[in-house]
Design a protein around this ligand. Structure first.
Ligand code: NAD
Length: 485
């Protein structure tokens, strides 16, 4: 079994306390690595290394930083299968998904920000003939980057790439449940020639290593993706320290299907939105609102398609849903199945752990759940308000536009929505009124890295992506030059 190390100052080092915990493959229950159980001493070392690297890295020409990030992208692409295998073992997701989505997207993130920094503009505002204002933007220093387990390398690279591209140095803490791809990335940083200390990786638990990054006085920027409760905890520490904070948190995203929608498109896409990555995607469409005239037909079609999804061994090419992240998470998701029934819901399909014959001998100790469709629940019940983050969705009928907007917005979350109609006027009207950071019309998960990404309400604070990320990681300073008379 592999023993992982922290990556500090360009070297692999043991945790200061010398203690480790196990990384478990949720598809088999096997122990696959020992993970450093880092504490504030490791974080102190990483922050010090990042601080030492900052003057040199921030003064490195953008073209040179770009070249190194592009080299890193190339190396990730070279090791795509190795990284996908690691992600599959860590998360339990289908190997094909890691190969075709997660790792290629990490490559795209590095390429995008490596080239974006070559095309930035400096703003200037002339005040009549009196003065010229030039807005300079400088990297902010050491960035603390904290990421979750559901898309481990992709979401880590979504933070690392803009942070270091803009000249910051970074201390990262990947999820304790999925450290394997970040560990491999560290080796690739060495190969790409990234100077020591530019990117540091501290493994460990959130409440120890993560909290030490958030409270560190020499880390002025915190970018976090994870659960809403964790985001609130981080904000309580970071806000009084006047840190710049980006919080990408949970979602309970509505998929809204009007009777005039093209069902040939809406049905398969909404099934994909519900169950991709076992439903463990912050953008998953987990509340489906369907206009009453087509409700029953839609439910039948949705259930039929859901039953055709294969749950099982992530290594099998035919597998659509792999394992959930952990036994604890499976128990949490199952508790929502019990709640849904207690609230009067009907489980139309799924709801069970698949039998051993289905998941196969290799995965007999894995944590799997059949994709589950629930109906007959009110929009306002707990099942329809709280984030389940698993393969469980609820379908709710609605009667008119006004009603569905109110129901969709009756959530503390506001991350994304998917809206299906063939009427352009309705698409505009409803999209504008949905309280949601992203509204997809007649599609789901179409991503353009240039657009602002993030959530409203309890889904987070701030936006990532494109210009938003470049601005987040840099500090504007206005220089006002008085013009001669
Ligand atoms: P989590 O909040 O439990 O953990 C996320 C990260 O924060 C981990 O690295 C964890 O170790 C760390 N952490 C935990 N407590 C901490 C603390 N007190 N201080 C500092 N760091 C701490 O979330 P998770 O279970 O890993 O991920 C699932 C959640 O992430 C879901 O709610 C999902 O919706 C959300 N998510 C959001 C987005 C988005 O872009 N909005 C993307 C993916 C996942």
């Amino acid at each position: 079994m592999q023993t992982l190390a922290n990556f500090i100052d360009g070297r692999f080092v043991e945790p200061a306390g010398g203690t480790y915990f196990d990384d478990i493959d949720p598809a088999t229950g096997a122990r696959c690595a020992r993970v450093p159980d880092s504490d504030e001493r490791d974080v102190d070392n990483a922050v010090a290394a990042a601080g030492r690297a900052f003057p040199g890295w921030s003064a490195t020409p953008a073209a040179e930083r770009s070249r190194m990030l592009l080299a890193l992208a190339e190396l990730i692409e070279r090791d795509l299968d190795e990284l996908a295998g690691r992600e599959c073992v860590d998360t339990g997701k289908p190997l094909l998904v890691a190969q075709s989505v997660d790792i290629p997207r990490a490559v795209a993130n590095f390429r995008f920000f490596a080239t974006a920094i070559l095309h930035t503009q400096t703003e200037a505002h002339q005040t009549d003939t009196t003065a010229l204002n030039i807005t300079l933007r400088a990297p902010r220093g050491v960035a603390g980057l904290i990421s979750p387990w559901n898309l481990p390398l992709y979401l880590l690279s979504w933070k690392v790439a803009p942070a270091i591209a803009t000249g910051n140095t970074a201390v990262c803490k990947p999820s304790e449940l999925t450290p394997l791809t970040a560990h491999h990335l560290a080796g690739l940083c060495l190969e790409a020639g990234l100077p020591p200390g530019v990117l540091n990786i501290v493994h460990g638990r959130g409440e120890k290593a993560g909290a030490a990054i958030v409270s560190h006085p020499d880390v002025p920027t915190i970018s976090f993706t994870g659960g809403t409760d964790t985001g609130a905890t981080i904000a309580r520490t970071a806000a009084p320290m006047f840190k710049r904070l980006s919080l990408e948190c949970g979602g309970k995203n509505p998929t809204i299907i009007f009777a005039d929608a093209d069902l040939d498109e809406a049905l398969p896409t909404s099934v994909r939105a519900a169950f991709s990555n076992q439903g463990e995607i912050c953008l998953a469409g987990s509340r489906l609102f369907v206009e009453r005239p087509i409700h029953d037909r839609f439910v039948d079609g949705f259930v039929q398609r859901t039953r055709m999804l294969n749950v099982g061994d992530p290594h099998q090419k035919s597998t659509d849903l792999g394992a959930l992240i952990s036994a604890e998470h499976l128990a949490k998701v199952e508790s929502y199945l019990a709640l849904a029934q207690a609230e009067g819901g009907t489980i139309r399909c799924g709801g069970r752990r698949p039998p051993r014959e289905v998941v196969g001998e290799r995965c007999r100790h894995g944590v799997f759940l059949e994709p589950t469709v629930v109906t007959d629940l009110d929009a306002g019940c707990r099942t329809n308000r709280e984030e389940i983050f698993g393969p469980v969705v609820s379908i709710i009928p609605f009667d008119d536009e006004q009603e569905v907007i109110e129901q969709a917005n009756a959530s503390s979350y506001g991350l994304s929505a998917s809206l299906w109609t063939t009427r352009l006027d309705r698409a505009h009207r409803v999209a504008e009124r949905l309280e949601s950071g992203t509204v997809w019309v007649n599609c789901w998960m179409l991503r353009d890295l240039r657009v602002p990404f993030g959530g409203m309400k309890a889904s987070g604070l701030g936006r990532e992506g494109g210009q938003e990320a470049l601005r987040f990681f840099t500090e504007p300073k206005n220089v006002c030059i008085k013009l001669g008379s």
